[in-house]
Write a new protein. Structure first.
Length: 254
């Protein structure tokens, strides 16, 4: 029997914790796999951690880590991956915007030994504002990531070890998934609204997150350098043409 760790970063998600646990339990019921949930409390200031502790005491399949303060989702995912001792692991959001119903399909995909990652990507942007749709498209284009790709990915031990070998202090998980280069099979799904609580993301935080990730994205850096070098080349060419014209004109006048 294979085993699976479900890594769940949490920041002020007290309303979602019981809902997430119930949903996962229903989906994974009677599955021929030993599954566990690893909640990573990212310095929550509400009752997220107490609710996780209650679940952990009730169900031995639930474990948790707790940060001393808010370090961010990327750090939470890394901490979770470092604790994985199972055959497979998957990263999921606590707000149920990552549909638990996709887990069985991901498990089936990873039965193929040639596939090391099963990823979920959103299709359609009808529920987003015009500015956010444009921002998402541009972000995917310049970061080099698959459009609609999420952190909701199930991976085997080979992919996990490769991700852990990347020791960047500023991590960009979507970029690292592409960097390690393992074969990925995608599942498309319609965007799902969070089931409870309030989103932690606003325009300011989304822009800040995107800019930070773009600045450490290899594709974005190559694009910027390419643009700068092209601009310098054009400027040099224009300067050479102007210099040659200034030499030719006096000679023609004489």
């Amino acid at each position: 029997m294979k085993s699976l760790t479900i890594i769940v970063p949490c920041f002020n998600e007290e309303a979602c914790i019981p809902l997430f646990y119930n949903e996962v339990s229903a989906v994974m019921k009677d599955r021929n796999i030993a599954w566990h949930i690893l909640f990573v409390d990212d310095g929550s200031s509400d009752h997220t951690l107490p609710k996780i502790r209650v679940l952990s005491e009730k169900d031995g399949r639930v474990a948790y880590l707790s940060f001393s303060r808010n370090f961010g989702k990327e750090a939470a995912m890394l901490a979770g991956l470092e604790q994985v001792r199972t055959d497979l692991a998957v990263c999921m959001d606590a707000d149920l915007q990552h549909p638990c119903g996709l887990l069985p399909q991901m498990l089936e995909i990873l039965e193929d030994p040639s596939v090391h990652i099963a990823g979920a990507k959103r299709k359609g942007r009808q529920d987003q504002s015009f500015l956010r749709r444009i921002g998402s498209i541009l972000y995917a284009r310049f970061s080099g990531c698959t459009d609609g790709a999420t952190d909701f990915r199930m991976m085997d031990q080979m992919a996990i070890k490769a991700l852990l070998s990347c020791r960047e202090s500023d991590r960009y998980m979507k970029g690292l998934f592409d960097h390690i280069g393992f074969s990925t099979r995608w599942i498309e799904y319609e965007n799902v609204e969070r089931q409870a609580g309030k989103t932690k993301w606003n325009i300011k935080s989304l822009v800040s997150y995107a800019l930070r990730d773009l600045l450490i994205s290899e594709t974005f850096i190559k694009t910027v350098f390419g643009f700068v070098f092209a601009l310098l080349a054009c400027s040099t060419l224009v300067a050479m043409i102007q210099k040659n014209m200034s030499l030719v004109l006096p000679m023609s006048l004489s």
